[in-house]
Write a protein that binds this ligand. Sequence first.
Ligand code: NAD
Length: 395
Amino acid sequence: MTEIRIGLIGTGGMGKAHATAFHNVPLVFGPEPGRPILEIVADVEAAALEQWAGAFGFARWTTDWRAVVADPAVAVVDITTPNHLHAEMAIAAAQAGKHLYCEKPLATTSADAARIVAAVEQAGVISLVGFNYLRNPAQAFARQLIAAGELGEITLFRGVFDQDFLADPEVPFSWRLDRGLAGTGALGDLGSHTIAFAQVLVGEITEVCGLNATRIHDRVVPAGGSGYAAKAASGAARRAVENEDIAECLVRFANGAVGTIGTSRIGVGRKLALGYEIQGTRGSLVYTQERMNELQLYRHSDPERERGYKTIYIGPEHPGYKAFFGLAGIGLGYNDQKIIEAHALTTAVALGRLVQPDVRFAYQVNKVIDAVDLACQERRWVRVSEFDTAVDQPQ
Ligand SMILES: NC(=O)c1ccc[n+]([C@@H]2O[C@H](COP(=O)([O-])OP(=O)(O)OC[C@H]3O[C@@H](n4cnc5c(N)ncnc54)[C@H](O)[C@@H]3O)[C@@H](O)[C@H]2O)c1
C-alpha cells in the first residue's frame, strides 16, 4: 500500500467534495493500492481555513497556494479554485513534478488548457480532471453497451445540462458571471459536462454552430461568500453579467453522428438536468442525472410486440457500484461519483499509470467550448480545429 499525500487548493463547494471523497476512498474501496493522506490545504482567509482544515483532518494549512505546490511531502496537487486560477496553479504543480487533480473546466480558454497539457506532458505527471458525472456506473455501462455494438452505429446525440440556481434575478453576482474569472457562462460551467459525455460516448466533435443568450443582465454585488454561497447586502449596487445564461448548439462528430448540446443556468424547474438521448441504428439510450441510478435502454431487435424502453437499475453488475453495495436499487449519489473518481486517481498514482479523463481530454472539451462561443459571436459554423495549438501536432 502506497501513501499518497494530497495538497488541496480551495475549500469551497468542490474543496469539500474532494476532501470528503479522499476520506471515503479507503472506507469504500479498502486501503489498496494507494491510501490518500490529507497533508495540506490552502485558501485565502486564515481563520476560516484553520477551522476547515481541522474539521476535515488536514495535517497542515496555508494561505499561500505556492507553498502547497512546493511542499516536498505532497504527491498530488488538487485544484478546486475558480476557473481562472487553474492554469497558473496546474502549470506550477506539473513543473514541480506533482501529479494533478483539477476541477473542470480545465481553463477559461483552450489556449490556457493547451499550456497545461504541455506542462503536464513535459513533466510526465499523471492528471485527472473532475468530470465526475462520467464516474457514475451507469456511464461505464453505457460505454460497454455502445462498444459492444448494442446501439449499432450512433446516429444522434442530444445532450443537455440545465439547472435553475441562477433563475432568481436576486441571486447575487459571483465569479461564475465574470468573464475573466469563469470564461464562458452556462456553457463552460454546465455544458462542459455534456460535452464530456458526448466525447466519451460518441466521439470527437469536429464542427459546431450555436446561439447563446444572457437573460438576466445584471445582479446585486455580494457582501460576502463565494460561489453558490454568496450573499447580497440590502441596497447593494448591481453589476453587469458578463457571460451567457443559455447556450444551444448543433454539433457534428468525426464518425458522422450529429447532435445538439443545450444548457441553461436559469432553467426553472431543472435541478440537475444533465442528460442525453443517444440514438443508434439498432438501439437507443436515455439518461438523466436527476435519476442517476437508472438508464433507459431500447433495443430495436426486440420482437415488435415487445418493443419499448426498459429501465435498467444500476447495481453491482455495473462497474464501480459493487464497492458500495452488493444489491441493486440502493443507489449512489453525487458524492459517490467523487469517491470513485478519487479512487481512480489514487490507484493510478500508486500504480504509476495514466488515467482518464486527463488534461488532454479536458483540453478538447475547452476547444469545443471556444468553438461554440465563437460560432455564437460570429453566427457561423466553426470547426473545432480552428482552436488547434502546438499540442495538437504529432509528437
Ligand atoms: N465537477 C463538478 O461537479 C463541479 C461542481 C461545482 C464546481 N466545479 C468546479 O470547481 C471549481 C470551484 O468551484 P466551487 O463551486 O467549489 O467554487 P467556490 O467559490 O465554492 O470555491 C472556490 C474556493 O477557492 C478559494 N480560492 C480563491 N482564490 C484562491 C487562491 N488564490 N488560493 C487558494 N484558494 C482560493 C475560494 O476562497 C473558495 O474557497 C470551479 O472550477 C468549478 O467549475 C465542479
